[in-house]
Ligand binder design. Sequence first.
Ligand SMILES: NC(=O)c1ccc[n+]([C@@H]2O[C@H](COP(=O)([O-])OP(=O)(O)OC[C@H]3O[C@@H](n4cnc5c(N)ncnc54)[C@H](OP(=O)(O)O)[C@@H]3O)[C@@H](O)[C@H]2O)c1
Length: 239
Amino acid sequence: MRAVVTGGTAGLGRYIAEGFLQAGAQVVCGARGEGQSGELVKRYGEFVHYHPADVREPASVDGLMTEAADRFGGVDIVVANAGITRNGTVRRLSPEHWRDVMSTNVDGVFHTVQAALPHLERGGGGTILTLSSAMTGRIAPGASAYVASKAAVEAFTRCCAVEFAGRRVRVNCLSPGILTVGMGAAVCADERLRAAYWPRLLAGRAGTPQEAVNAAVFLVSPAASYVNGQVVQVDGGLL
Ligand SMILES: NC(=O)c1ccc[n+]([C@@H]2O[C@H](COP(=O)([O-])OP(=O)(O)OC[C@H]3O[C@@H](n4cnc5c(N)ncnc54)[C@H](OP(=O)(O)O)[C@@H]3O)[C@@H](O)[C@H]2O)c1
């Protein structure tokens, strides 16, 4: 299996990339900076490669997919994981921050999927995983840009599943809750946020990256052949 993970250089994406490597896949991690990809290269050698990519730029993501296809002979799995957040209430959020979030989280997923499709089709099909967040269903003040962007990703995922079904490409969305890595680490470190969220978590704790990776590995695998167009919550029962 040949996989591309955007944002595979840090946070959750880095763990998803490692989960795929452990499952025997070859992985290209795309992001603007190398981040922690060097550690993966040290551990997994030529099975993993970093390629610079900015998901806000269609040509940049095209280059990422072409690099992966040239290097490993094709692309079977694409994870549109790269994402950012900018906090601020609707009253105070700057238009620039709103645009930052939308251009990365929404435009970026569109560019990634559009660039991936010809490569997946060329190999006879494949699977795409997008990333949402439990925040889309459990609204907290100050996260409107992020929540709106992820709601768009969920709807876009279902649109893609419908359009690509005849092309043997499955498209699902993983929706984690608060994880101990990446942007979730800031929530874990904030006493006020912990006091707000922890009592609402059936698990009583934040999720480990591995708990999200387990679902990601399943969703892109043949074991999930009958799962399509779904948003899968891995949120420790955040009610
Ligand atoms: N961690 C959590 O608790 C959690 C919970 C729910 C959902 N999620 C979702 O999981 C995904 C990963 O989040 P994370 O927490 O792992 O974030 P993170 O630690 O901040 O990592 C984000 C990754 O995306 C890359 N990235 C950002 N902007 C990019 C751009 N324009 N082009 C290419 N790559 C870009 C970053 O690398 P560069 O900056 O070098 O480009 C980095 O590799 C996001 O979609 C997020 O919404 C995370």
